[in-house]
Design a protein around this ligand. Structure first.
Ligand code: MTE
Ligand code: MO
Length: 504
């Protein structure tokens, strides 16, 4: 394993067997299981997966060791099969290339050699050992105990050495990307974000801040190894149906275009009612529509032949977005700045897409490197092939942040507060009710734009006992959030968020 990881450092970190098999598992995980993992492990889901693979491998290694004592050939064959699994998983990823199979193949070859080395000390080989005196004669015919301990210790030390060396190599390869991020000076926007009204942040204890700091911003992606792209060599290609003038553009060129700055709330389709997978940031970037227009693209409403943009990332993710939505005048962006700093690697450095009003899986491609114009009829993107909806506008949602579930606030006035969002439609009203009673209109924080979430608060005169608080929002079109419960698959959860509290 260590040799395979070392070899992966030379090929690329994503080609390591554990990462490759983990990624293959992610790609094949049914939506229900994915949701279970996200719900129970959150961002730690990837760690849980990798630890699971390592534990499984440890058991397999023990079994193979025992098997090899009797049938050395079968033991070796089993090691080779494991290597094959890693190789197929690595080369078979969407962005996989044949060379990605190498680390697993090299690792398996070394694994077989080590197996022979170790098992050779435990069972008398076909030929007599060099010196019978050095043999520790046991009842079971004798094995070279000292030789085994020496070989096992040497194997362990060599593994640790190879593993450490692999780490070193990987981080030195990634140093270039980190340096390019540190060196990136964000330009001032030609079009600054509309002034945020002073009352947009109610600053209530327990309420999510209006702007989500980068370190607290939720992260959802399939990347077991966060791609570290060097901004200096990054290129974005725009091509496909109806692209009169295909372009390939680097970050320098992007920074020199008309830069805009916008507050936009991003939400994940996997967010449960009341869940944490939503955040609001100030993005800096360029209008995607401008770039598309320069490339000669026309939206379907103007006779363009393509109705879908497929964005591809360096890690093989594909995300399909309606061309019409990107070009209808909303601030669909190619963003390189997030809350005043270059995009963090976890959030897509150097460039990602952000489209107000659409769930992340149909709009917010991180580590983007390719934009292809095509049709929804001709191509299903990654999540669409996994039973999620082809098109997914954000549903009107609201969440109670405080009080927390099962809190015990004192009787008297208790501020019930939270956030509500309906990106690109805006929020016009939020209502709260207690124990299924009548709806009370909450006080809304000042509206920033219709692309951002909106805080709200309602002063509750709490009385002793167990109470259920519920919230619902009405969007800018006058439509009220439905109380009908639906799961996240295929196009986002619905229902009213409720919180039970015990007032002493
Ligand atoms: N390359 C890539 N981009 C991606 C994803 C991914 O898995 N890979 N996940 C998408 C999903 S499902 C969401 S909700 C958003 C989340 O963006 P964030 O992690 O910056 O919050 O990114 C989107 N962009
Ligand atoms: Mo998502």
């Amino acid at each position: 394993m260590a040799v395979a990881e070392l070899a992966a450092a030379l090929v690329r970190p994503e080609a390591g067997p554990v990462t490759a098999v983990g990624s293959a598992v992610i790609d094949r995980t049914p939506p229900a299981v994915r949701d279970f993992a996200v719900r129970n492990f959150g961002t730690a889901d990837k760690l849980v997966l990798q630890l699971g693979i390592l534990v499984l491998l440890a058991f397999l290694a023990m079994a193979i060791g025992v098997l090899a004592l009797r049938h050395r050939r079968m033991g070796s064959a089993a090691v080779l099969v494991l290597g094959l699994v890693g190789a197929v998983a690595a080369a078979g990823r969407p962005e996989g290339v044949p060379a990605d199979a190498l680390p697993s193949v090299v690792g398996a070859a070394v694994g077989v050699a080590v197996l022979y080395l170790l098992v050779g000390r435990l069972v008398p080989g076909p030929r007599p050992a060099a010196s019978a005196v050095e043999r520790d004669k046991g009842a079971d015919g004798g094995f070279d105990r000292r030789g085994f301990v020496v070989a096992a210790t040497a194997t362990t030390a060599a593994s640790a050495g190879a593993g450490l060396l692999g780490r070193r190599l990987t981080s030195s390869v990634q140093a270039g990307a980190s340096a390019s991020r540190r060196a990136l000076v964000l330009p001032a926007p030609r079009s600054a974000a509309p002034a945020r009204p002073p009352g947009a942040d109610l600053r209530i204890r327990g309420l999510s801040p209006f702007i989500t700091p980068n370190k607290d911003f939720y992260r959802v992606d399939t990347a077991l190894v966060v791609p570290r792209v060097d901004a200096g060599t990054w290129r974005l290609r725009i091509h496909g149906r109806g692209v009169a003038r295909p372009v390939t553009i680097g970050l320098r060129d992007l920074l020199h275009r008309e830069v805009i700055e916008r507050d936009i709330t991003l939400a994940c389709v996997s967010n449960e009612v009341g869940g944490p997978l939503v955040g609001n940031a100030r993005w800096l970037g360029v209008r995607l529509a401008d770039l598309l227009r320069d490339a000669g693209v026309r939206p379907p409403s103007k006779g363009g032949p393509a109705d879908q943009i497929v964005a591809r990332s360096v890690d093989g993710m594909t995300i399909g977005t309606p061309v019409e939505a990107v070009m209808d005048g909303r601030d669909a962006m190619l963003a390189f700045g997030m809350n005043g700093e270059p995009l963090p690697f976890e959030h897509g450095f150097p460039v990602r897409m952000v489209v107000p009003g659409l769930y992340g899986y149909v709009s917010a491609c991180k580590w983007i490197e390719d934009i292809e114009l095509t049709t929804f009829a001709a191509y299903d993107a990654y999540w669409v092939r996994r039973s999620w909806a082809q098109q997914a506008p954000v549903k009107t949602e609201s969440r109670i942040d405080t009080p927390r579930p099962f809190a015990s606030p004192k009787p008297g006035i208790v501020p019930v507060a939270g956030v509500a969002w309906a990106q690109h439609r805006g929020i016009s009203r939020v209502e709260v009710r207690v124990d299924g009673g009548k709806w009370h209109t909450a006080r809304l924080a000042a509206a920033d734009t219709r692309d951002t979430w909106r805080q709200w608060v309602w002063e509750w005169a709490a009385t002793s006992g167990r109470h259920t608080l519920e919230v619902r929002a009405t969007d800018g079109t006058g439509a009220t959030q439905t109380g009908a419960r639906a799961g996240t698959v295929p196009s986002g959860a619905t229902g009213w968020h409720s919180v039970v509290v015990d007032v002493p």
